[in-house]
Design a binder for this molecule. Structure first.
Ligand SMILES: [Zn+2]
Length: 179
């Protein structure tokens, strides 16, 4: 099983494909995260003769240590990539410029298929978060239960000056008027 795009099977105009791959098939490996689910990729290909505009959306789950309590948490990650594939003769200059651009891929006129695995893997790795749980995925860890959205943005901000902490304590413990 792979994520093969068979170019001549694609109709002129829009095409929709889906691939469901295991992380091992994609060679997905990361120092901090494991990939406990399959990796789902939905691909739209807009074909105009030998031009293929590829738009892919990838979703998978990642598992790793909560950055606060170090228990395992899982989170959904989504990633995407776009690519303009052109099947034609190209000069070395054109090939070099396409490579630099990163979104255009020129392949030989005889090319029958394109394996999207490397693109999928790269897109997922690029979109891995720095740490989990992330505020985007509601930031809540089932173990320590802290809401990431309320967390200060940086380590520095988290350190509260003890004098201010003491002051906050006093104000908080004062009885409200009329109570
Ligand atoms: Zn936690």
């Amino acid at each position: 099983m792979s994520a093969l795009l068979v170019l001549d099977d694609l109709a002129e105009g829009p095409n929709a494909l889906a691939f469901d791959l295991r992380a091992e098939e994609l060679g997905l490996k990361d120092e901090f995260f494991a990939f406990p689910s399959s990796v789902a990729t939905r691909v739209e290909v807009q074909r105009a003769l030998d031009n293929f505009k590829i738009n892919a959306v990838i979703t998978c789950r990642i598992a790793g240590e909560c950055y606060r309590c170090l228990e395992e948490v899982q989170e959904e990650v989504s990633a995407r990539f776009r690519l303009l594939l052109q099947r034609r003769q190209a000069t070395p200059e054109e090939l070099a410029s396409a490579e630099k651009d990163g979104f255009i891929e020129i392949v030989d006129p005889g090319t029958r298929e394109l394996d999207l695995c490397a693109y999928i893997r790269e897109a997922v790795i690029l979109d891995l978060p720095m740490r989990i749980p992330t505020p985007e995925a509601d930031g809540r860890c089932p173990h320590c239960g802290v809401d990431g959205a309320d967390e200060p943005a940086t380590e520095q901000e988290r350190e509260v000056d003890p004098r201010w902490a003491a002051l906050a304590q006093i104000e908080f413990s004062q009885p409200k008027e009329g109570s």
